[in-house]
Design a protein around this ligand. Structure first.
Ligand code: SIN
Length: 480
């Protein structure tokens, strides 16, 4: 399927429908057809974008918070006004079913709305003085030029979750979107311009040479902060590259989410929670349940009910109304998922359902008799495969859940309030869904511990990431 005329109009000059020298193709993952061509920016273009952001910074940070808020609100309204075209655009360039991409647009817009409001609440403090004649104060100031390197799995919301707080705080930004999904970023840029965002406040750099662009963004001293969402190995590399210029960092990295189901869980709720957490976006989210860790007494009935529900998922091109599982992002993703399933089967896993690719699509899959030795215990699957591990005691379940260097999201289902509180406290994760399989919102702090990263996105904490605290001691004031 091709871009619609409304989408082409929204994208304007930022795309070409025919090949051009120095432009790269953007593919539809469902049929591997070319959707459009996008300009391949170079390291020099990236430096130009940083210079533009640097030039725009004094005027943008000098505006009142209310003035920035008004522009953000207009941007939010425009995104929602174009919800239909944008949802279909995400389906076309990322593959996700249309029912889910409507949610992606509203989820993305919710960050713009939230931070438009929070812009006005970047409060400092007055601290009781330690000596007479002094006034001690903190103020919060925009950090400066920020770089945002964003992934393909949520091509709208992962941009707005970083850029909206940056703009609200008074920062200017250079965005490097994933080369798999540059079109969503370009539409956001066009709408931000329409909303009245001044020249240079948001800059988008598109390239298939991520390492080259990342190298410029991490080494340029004019960039004061980097926010990255992606894999842990790339996050570690960027972290090291930022050290010489001591940039502030937010890193939303890989996960290996455990989904614990205790014998006393409400089984239907646990199955629905697992379905939402595991199969959303065909399993391609950092917070997807990666290891379903199920207590012995409920294991067989949970496996049977989950298999029944997964059988109902419809593997179809995302633009078809009844699609509930779309394609994976590319061939490499399919090969990785197949490798993990084959490894598990070789080591004794039973395939209850699925287990096969259909070209660029992967079947909703349930595996039982799964064990610690299988690669998928330690690897983020990023596909619609649910491996069901078995445990006996609460201590063993918690230990299995924590047995990973990652610490992004964890889930647990139990009807015992004491157990719920104990388990939530003991899980070594930045976020816990207790009897809840869908935890992401704009009003709560999203982020991980351990090798899942640093910093928080969304919520009041999300704004703090783009502000620096200045302490001012006013002396010699006399008696005040
Ligand atoms: C992610 O996969 O990085 C984001 C998922 C979410 O916001 O729910």
């Amino acid at each position: 399927m091709k871009l619609t005329s409304a989408q082409v109009a929204l994208l304007g000059e930022t795309i070409s429908l025919t090949p051009r020298a120095g432009w790269f193709p953007v593919y539809n993952p469902a049929d591997a057809g070319v959707l459009a061509y996008v300009q391949e920016h170079t390291a020099d273009d990236t430096r130009t974008a940083i210079a533009a952001a640097d030039k725009a910074f004094p005027a943008w940070s000098g505006k009142t918070a209310k003035d920035r808020s008004i522009i953000l609100k207009k941007w939010n309204d425009l995104v929602l006004k174009h919800k239909e075209e944008m949802a279909l655009l995400v389906t076309l360039e990322q593959g996700r079913p249309i029912k889910e991409t409507h949610g992606e647009v509203t989820y993305g817009a919710s960050f713009i709305e939230w931070f438009a409001e929070e812009a006005k609440r970047a409060y400092g403090r007055t601290i009781p003085a330690t000596l007479p004649g002094k006034h001690l104060q903190t103020i919060k100031q925009a950090i400066g030029v920020c770089a945002a390197i964003t992934p393909w799995n949520f091509p709208i919301s992962m941009i707005t979750r970083k850029v909206s707080p940056a703009l609200a705080a008074g920062c200017t930004v250079v965005i490097k979107p994933s080369e798999e999904t540059p079109l969503s970023a370009l539409v956001l840029l066009q709408l931000a311009k329409q909303a009245g965002l001044p020249e240079g406040v948001i800059n988008v750099v598109n390239s298939t040479k991520a390492a080259e662009i990342g190298g410029v963004l991490t080494s340029d001293p004019r960039v004061k902060k980097l926010s990255f969402t992606g894999s842990t190995p790339v996050g570690k590399l960027l972290y090291a590259q930022c050290a010489p210029t001591m940039k502030k960092l937010s890193m939303e990295l890989g996960g290996n989410a455990p989904f614990l189901v205790f014998d006393d869980a409400e089984i239907d709720a646990a199955v629905e929670g697992a379905l939402a957490s595991k199969y959303r976006n065909s399993g391609q989210t950092c917070v997807c349940a990666n290891r379903l860790i199920v207590q012995s007494g409920i294991y067989d009935s949970f496996a049977a009910r989950l298999t029944e529900r997964v059988r109902e998922l419809k593997l179809e091109e995302g633009w078809k109304e009844d699609a509930t599982l779309g394609p994976l992002i590319n061939r490499k993703a399919i090969d990785k998922v197949q490798h993990l399933v084959d490894d598990a089967v070789k080591k004794g896993a039973h395939v209850e359902l699925g287990g096969k690719a259909h070209d660029l699509f992967y079947e909703g899959t349930v595996l039982t008799n799964v064990s610690r030795e299988m690669e998928l215990f330690d690897t983020e699957i990023f596909g619609p495969v649910a491996p069901l591990f078995r445990f006996e005691t609460e201590e063993e379940g918690i230990a299995m859940a924590n047995d990973t260097p990652f610490g992004l999201a964890a889930y647990a289902y139990t009807r015992d309030i004491g157990r719920a509180m104990r388990v939530a406290a003991k899980l070594q994760y930045g976020m816990v869904g207790m009897n809840d399989g869908l935890i992401s919102t704009e009003v709560t702090p999203f982020g991980g511990v351990k090798e899942s990263g640093l910093g928080r996105e969304g919520a009041v904490e999300g704004l703090e990431e783009y502000l620096s605290i200045k302490y001012i001691s006013y002396g010699g004031l006399g008696a005040i």
